[in-house]
Design a protein around this ligand. Structure first.
Ligand code: 13P
Length: 255
């Protein structure tokens, strides 16, 4: 049985004090999780040790990071390495978020290298993919997403896929209030799983969680998570309020 996961991506939001209060609120209201139902909080780099400390000893809720660099160490001012994240208590690293690709020019080649470093440091990857509006309008979103996955992620051997989570985030749905319909989400998630099956076989493809991201909120989480190939969510705006985030976590637990 593959895992269900709700991961909060805070992006560049919240002071240390606000972050501490948010994590405390989430921990306070957290429903019972299990080995198959995980929660991840991906706070900004400066928050990570604080977040990890607050989550220490708590089961099935993990500290995440929003990115990491593709070199192990050295003269890369301003960057953060996979081994630093691991030593700070990070369990999951988001890679290839559309904002990273778009505003910081991250390439598939860089992401492929980052994926290796994250996995080799004993953490799990949440690998993001998703098409811009013009690609959706042109009807070529399946090919677009397939290329992102083949170039950035599917260089991995099958043995490492158990440490991978995929997040499908259509760019036109991020922060816009315009959620993908359940049909659109399910169709793309099934496509992603079919491509994975083509590369790794059906057994591996059946075990990798595929999260949906893009204007996911308490009011639409249940219907999205009810889709056969939607295994949870990667949450932006609604991850910044404990009540909203917990509502989405509850929908995942109930799914
Ligand atoms: P929103 O939930 O704010 O649309 O953001 C989604 C996202 O980009 C999560 O990584």
């Amino acid at each position: 049985m593959r895992k269900k996961i709700v991961a909060g991506n805070w992006k560049m939001n919240l002071t240390m004090q606000e972050g501490a209060a948010l994590v405390a609120g989430i921990v306070d209201g957290l429903p019972v999780l299990s080995d198959n139902k995980h929660v991840v909080i991906a706070s900004p780099f400066v928050h990570i040790t604080q977040t990890a400390k607050q989550l220490e000893g708590k089961e099935y809720i993990y500290t995440g990071a929003q990115n990491c660099y593709q070199e192990s160490a050295g003269a890369y001012t301003g960057e953060v390495s996979a081994s630093m994240l691991k030593s700070a208590g990070v369990a999951y690293v988001i890679l290839g978020h559309s904002e990273r690709r778009q505003y910081f020019g991250e390439t598939s080649e860089q992401l492929a290298a980052r994926v290796h470093l994250v996995l080799n440091n004993g953490m799990k990857v949440i690998f993001c993919c998703g098409e811009p509006l013009e690609i959706r309008d042109a009807g070529t979103e399946n090919a677009w997403v397939e290329t992102q996955l083949r170039e950035g992620l599917f260089h991995l051997p099958a043995s490492q896929m158990e440490h991978v989570v995929i997040a499908y985030e259509p760019i036109w749905a991020i922060g816009t209030g315009r959620t993908a319909s359940t049909e659109q989400a399910q169709q793309m998630h099934a496509h992603i799983r079919a491509v994975m099956a083509d590369v790794y076989g059906a057994d591996v493809a059946a075990t990798v969680p595929i999260l949906y991201g893009g204007s996911c909120k308490p009011s639409n989480a249940a219907e999205l998570f009810a889709c056969a190939d939607v295994d949870g969510g990667l949450i932006g705006g609604a991850a910044l309020k404990a009540e909203d985030f917990l509502g989405i976590v509850q929908a995942m637990v109930d799914a």
